[in-house]
Design a binder for this molecule. Sequence first.
Ligand code: F6R
Length: 609
Amino acid sequence: MCGIIGCAGTRDAVPAILEGLRRLEYRGYDSAGIAVLDGRAVERRRVKGKIRDLAEELRLHPLAGVCGIGHTRWATHGRPSEDNAHPHTDCGGAIALVHNGIVENYWALKERLKAEGHVFRTETDTEVIVHLVEKHFRGSLEEALRAAVRELEGAFAVACVSSRDPGKIVAARNGPPAVVGFGQGETFLSSDITPLLHHTRRVAYMDDGEMAVLTADGVRFSTFAGAPVAKAVETLDWEPAMVEKRGFAHFMAKEIFEQADVVRDTLKSRVSLDSGRVFLEDTGLQPGVFRRASRVVLIACGTSYHAGLVGKYMLETLARVPVDVEYASELRSRDFVMDRETLVLAISQSGETADTLAALRLAREKALAVLAVTNSPNSSMARAADGLLDLHAGPEIGVAATKTFVGQMAALALFALAFAQARGALSDGQSLELVQELQRVPHKMDRVLGSAAAIERAARRYLACEHYLFLGRWINFPIALEGALKLKEISYTHAEGYAGGEMKHGPIALIDEGMTTLAVVPRDRVHDKMLSNMAEVQARGGRILAVAFEGDDKAGMAAEEVFSIPETHQLFTPFLTVLPLQLFAYHAAAAKGLDVDQPRNLAKSVTVE
Ligand code: F6R
């Protein structure tokens, strides 16, 4: 939620900040702004709207300066408006500040600062921080921010500049991510690494409770208490080309088509095709953890939660271990029972989702072993957990998760296999058969993606349909949930995901010619039951689309249209069944001319609760 960027150097920083904001826009896109030190004063430009609107504002009213900060916003306190857009300034207009996070005690601070004579001009929580910095300023921006952050409760990554202490950006982190990049004669601060790739591969990640002072010459780190911190500089292995669209109309389309490679990369060096063994040593988990665990709890939100459900069915079938999948936000509110033998997996593409991170920390406080399953190996979750199962999916820019979902399922399939092998729940022959089939899955995914044109035609034919019911059973029930989520979040079409067996218990009342049912019906242990569901819909005049194995005549007879997938082991069908649903949602949204990569009201990284 919200992206922050800063650049301190000797050339005009505005183009780098603007380009950086474009790359961070997936984190929030209701308003944006830039502030720079132009030699004498702090100058800023802000707009309600997207980065392209900010670019237009800068074209009309140019800005230049060698040191500056920028922000793209996802509103929490205060509606999206130019006034509420960051950077915010102090009463004197000499300090400008950007913030990602939430200041929980802002109301009390605001009342106090107002009583002390500070004049507030926005509805945001952020504005209290810049007034606090002003209040504590005695000549050093660093010391003023240090004093200010000590008064804050909540989550923040902040960056500020001041004409009274020029030539530097001062930043602080407590919660939301902040990474520093080391360029040639310039340094950068960013909410994530994607804006940095075009300037440098050398980065250092700020930790909670740390501050950084960035100048053209380098970066100095310290703790909130003022103790110096020596940081390791890491070299990124992502290529700048990975954050480009490469000829696709949208990042989401590109990412859908990368999914077979994501599975290949997640499996790479972790399976033996000769013995069927799975190796998860790179996770850092102690080998005994699998044997000691009597229960597995998977915590996640949104699409990652759906991947968790798929993981549950894999774990139950392969390892015969009890598994719970919990919404992180709900788990935190409950008196959830976790004993010492519980192994916890926190699943999150970003590794920063506030609720999942808090639930992970709760588990760590209870001294439970926690594995982070994430695409962000330097994220807060990766750092807070005992082990890291890295997805190797590459950057995902589209706000709607696609390739990270498939990467999560691949990681969980490996985890389930490793767990089962450690507990002797699979024979060598079974392991080998499963691993060999898993290795064949990417090729089959490519075949499904090859039929994208037919799915696009179907999505266009059904454009007028306003209501969808996605049905699936067992391991494809989560795929029904995911298909419905994708359709609603990017095409703004009403869609519900249901377990096929639940249809008779309520949703069947909705079935008529205005409701299209999308049935996920591969030939698996619940195939016949799903065919019965389809017959029940058909009998009530409902329209049906189906995802089924090639040559499945029974599914073909009930459905107006079948999206065919190759046969695979029933545990691995979700890798294939999800693809037509993602493509259907994508093409529905694209045909409506919607902003596929940045759907309204959403943000890629949900760092507020
Ligand atoms: C939907 C989507 C969200 C995320 C959710 C959790 O397409 O992307 O539902 O899955 O916000 O995010 P992560 O995985 O970063 O914890």
